[in-house]
Each structure stands twice: as C-alpha cells, then as structure tokens.
Design a binder for this molecule. Structure first.
Ligand code: NI
Length: 388
C-alpha cells in the first residue's frame, strides 16, 4: 500500500480546500465557516450521516463500509482551528483576517481528512464504519474534551481513534510515532506572594515580596532537579512576574507569577501539584511572607496504545517506508488526549519538511504532504477493518 493513486488525482482539489481554510482562519470554537464547509463537502461525498454542532462546533461524518460483519467503528480525527498570530508567509492565499492565521497546519489536517473521507465514501473497501471527527478549539479551548463530553464516542460506538499532526523538521513523506506517552500534560499555575510594601530605602520596615518571589522561582527548580527521578521528564516554567508597584523606589505589597508544568507521567504530575504548593508556601514562610498556589490541570498526557501504535506505524511504513517508530516525546500538549483517555488509538507525526516551527508567523503547511496524510487516514480505516 504505497501512497494511494487516488490522492495524486485528488491533490489539486484537496489543496484548494486547504488554501481556502488558510485564507479564512477561525479561532477556538468560532470555526463556523470552516465547520459548515466541512459538513457541506462531506454531504457532497455521500457520507451516510453528517452531524454538526458536536462539542459546540465540531462535525462528525459517518461512512459505512461495503459490509459490516464485525461491527467495528474506527474514528479518524482532525482539528480545524487557527491561532491569533499575524501571518508573515507571503503566500497568495494568506489569511484575509489580520491577526489570525493557520500557524499550526490544522488547515492541512482538515483538508487531508476530507480527502480521506471522499476516497472512503467512493470506495468503501472496508468492513465496518468510519467516523471522521473534525474538532474545534485544539489551541487551548479543549474542543476534543467537549466532543467527548457531548457523548460522541458512545453515540457512534467508536471503538478506537487515530489522530495526526504535521511536524516541521521531519522530511515530507516521513512519519514519526512512539508507543506510550507521545505528548505531555500541560497544567497552569498562579502564585500570589503577599508581604509588606513600603519605601525601598527602608527594607527593614518591609517584607520584600520581590526577594521572596526570586527565592520561590529558584526553589521551584529544585523540584525538577532534586525531587523527581532524572529519568522522568518534567518541565516547570515561571513565565510571568507582575508586581503591584510601577515605581523604582517602592517595595510592592504583592507579586503574582504565572507558569506551566509539563509532565509525561500521571504520578509525576500528582507529585508536582503537591510539592509545588509546599515549596511556594514554605519558602514564603521562611522569609516572613505568605504565598498561595492555584493549580489548574489542562490537557492530559497523550498516550498511544501499544497495539494501535503498531498498526499506525505499519500503515505509515507501507505508504512511505520512512517511519521513526521511537521518536522522542514532545513536552507540548494535545487535546486528542481526551479521546485517547477514553478509547485506544494512536497519534502520529507527519513530516512538514524544513519549515518554520508551528506557531511561528512564517510557518506554512506543506501541500506535498497531503497524499501521505490522506493515505494514512484512509489506510488506517482499511487496515483496521479489512473488507470481508
Ligand atoms: Ni496543532
């Protein structure tokens, strides 16, 4: 099963959809235009059922195979949302909305899954049912979680799910995957330090919140270096420090800090949540101040099931011959994890070549990756549900 010939024929059409999505980027759950176009195209392909408004603005398209002796249902997922970034690609189909752009290639993911849907609806060369899942709000809104909470997986009896993301730095036509944790859990925290403000020339009359905050920032890094097994991955980053003073001669009353925690192991994640509070409160106490921690869990770890990962890698291998089956996990996060927490499945990287990194204003999805991505989506359905 090399790249399916049909996708070479469909390439101009799929590319035109991709460029149209690129010109009209939409954010988070506000993907109405994109979702409407996806739904209209899927109806045109002759999908058996197309339902809009799942998880607010998600679209589900169902394609039944030539036969259905085993009753298996395979979910194929793409994300549709763009980012609040001012585009600097210079391409003729650049964003028509200043300050919004498809800087993560979700336009490419959506177009590739549409291509696979068109092919699968034409050929139906499988035994079972394919559910194409087009989700909103991957970039921070948790659209994947919303679709799961809306009952999508049970409503369509989905047994397993497969997702894909393009990746700059991997050659076009190559794939990369690994069993187990593939992307990190991303949590957020906020720290508030309260002391006693006052004249900067009289520090002995104050409890200096900036000095306390500096100690907290340093002490937090000992959780990574001294408390957690060095073989386990952990990132803690303090990203903002804000005081209530704007003067160079006033010791502020309070300091607020915000940051993120990235983990690949739920045990480490639980430990960090507890330990972070101890370090923050204890460090402040030692220096005579008070500090509180607010910890917000975000996207969970994206975990590839072993058997499904083997299938995903084998389908990719048959298409391209170039598959890294033990790619290092990334500390970025992905809300496909909410679907993988409920059903076995796998998430794979598709090479985007030597381009700017995703989320950069000069990033662009590489259209020559389309036949590989569409072939993988369609190939997963055919490989998991061979025609009877
Ligand atoms: Ni993305």
């Amino acid at each position: 099963m090399p790249v399916k010939n049909r996708f070479a024929e469909l390439l101009p059409e799929i590319t035109a959809w991709r460029h149209d999505f690129h010109e009209h980027p939409e954010l988070l759950f506000e993907v109405q235009r994109t979702a409407a176009k996806v739904a209209a195209l899927c109806r045109g392909f002759g999908c058996d059922e197309v339902v809009e408004g799942i998880g607010r603005t998600g679209v589900v398209a169902v394609i039944k195979g030539k036969s259905d002796t085993k009753g298996r249902v395979v979910g194929l997922r793409a994300d549709m949302d763009a980012l609040p970034i001012k585009e600097q690609t210079g391409v003729p189909y650049a964003s028509k909305t200043p300050g919004k752009m498809h800087a993560c290639g979700h336009d490419g993911h959506t177009a590739m899954l549409l291509g696979a849907a068109k092919y699968l609806a034409e050929t139906r060369n499988f035994d079972g049912t394919v559910v194409c899942i087009f989700q909103p709000a991957e970039e921070g809104g948790g659209g994947g979680r919303e679709m799961v909470e809306d009952g999508m997986l049970t409503r369509w009896n989905i047994d397993e799910v497969y997702g894909m993301h393009n990746m700059p730095g991997i050659p076009v036509g190559h794939f990369a995957i690994r069993p187990g944790p593939m992307m990190a859990a991303a949590d957020q925290f906020e720290i508030t330090v309260t002391g006693k403000g006052g004249h900067a020339a009289k520090p002995h009359d104050c409890i200096d919140t900036t000095v306390v905050s500096a100690h907290i920032i340093v002490a937090i890094q000992t959780i990574v270096s001294r408390n957690v097994d060095p073989m386990k991955q952990l990132v803690i980053s303090v990203c903002t420090v804000e005081t209530d003073s704007t003067a160079h001669n006033v010791i502020p009353q309070t300091v607020k800090m915000k940051g993120t925690v990235r983990t690949l192991d739920p045990g480490v994640q639980d430990f960090v949540e507890t330990r972070l509070a101890e370090v923050v409160e204890g460090t402040a106490l030692a220096l005579g101040a008070r500090a509180g921690l607010q910890y917000m869990r975000g996207y969970p770890v994206t975990i590839n099931a072993i058997e499904n990962t083997d299938f995903a890698a084998n389908v990719a291998k048959a298409i391209s011959g170039n598959v890294d089956v033990d790619t290092p996990p990334l500390m970025g996060a992905e809300d496909f994890s909410f679907m993988l927490n409920e059903r076995p499945g796998a998430y794979i990287f598709l090479g985007n070549g030597d381009t700017a990194m995703v989320h950069h204003p000069a990033y662009n999805f590489d259209d020559s990756a389309i036949p590989f991505g569409s072939s993988w989506y369609a190939g997963m359905a055919e490989a998991r549900m061979p025609a009877a």
